[in-house]
Design a protein around this ligand. Structure first.
Ligand code: HEC
Length: 147
């Protein structure tokens, strides 16, 4: 009887330990995916998943269809538009590095603001280093003001 009971307790301890470990895992994952920080690899992965099929894995663009993002003078001069372009798309005739583009880009409204924040910081770190790190708060504000 006594033995059984102590075995029950150790099993409960084991179960609680498992629950605790799972809880820690869930929090760690949540923390990881709710961060927007410089050099965070989520930005690269998101770029590859959501942008690279048109703009190229190296941001080089595709012929006269999709403008380049890497070293794009348009983007460099209008960097504050980037979050708005990602969320709402852009539809005008653009001149990028001397070439004209006029295929519209549809917005990617499935991306959260954290994800947009990570993409924006990935692009600046990788291709537009003159632009400083941008926080999630700034992204919220910029997207709130997109026209
Ligand atoms: C389905 C193809 C497609 C996808 C996917 C796409 N774009 Fe675009 N993007 C375009 C096209 C086409 C234009 C030109 C729009 C115009 O002329 O008005 C453009 C224009 C741009 C521009 C402004 C011009 C330049 O190159 O500097 C930026 C910046 C940009 N896209 C960033 C992104 C980012 C970041 C993503 C991913 C989150 C993305 N795009 C996903 C097709 C796409």
């Amino acid at each position: 009887m006594h033995n059984n009971r102590s075995r029950d307790w150790s099993q409960i301890f084991l179960q609680q330990g498992m629950r605790f470990a799972i809880l820690i895992g869930v929090f760690a994952t949540l923390f990881f995916y709710t961060q927007c920080s410089k050099g965070f690899s989520q930005g690269r992965q998101l770029y590859l998943n959501h942008c690279a099929n048109c703009h190229g894995a190296d941001g080089q663009g595709l012929r006269s269809l999709y403008p380049p993002i890497a070293q794009s003078d348009y983007l460099e001069n209008n960097y504050e538009e980037l979050a708005c372009i990602i969320r709402f798309g852009i539809d005008k005739t653009l001149t990028v590095n001397g070439k004209s583009y006029s295929t519209p880009m549809v917005g990617l409204d499935e991306l959260s603001e954290i994800e947009i924040c990570n993409i924006v910081n990935f692009i600046s770190t990788e291709w537009h280093p003159k632009n400083s790190y941008i926080s999630l708060k700034d992204i919220n504000m910029i997207i709130g003001k997109c026209k």
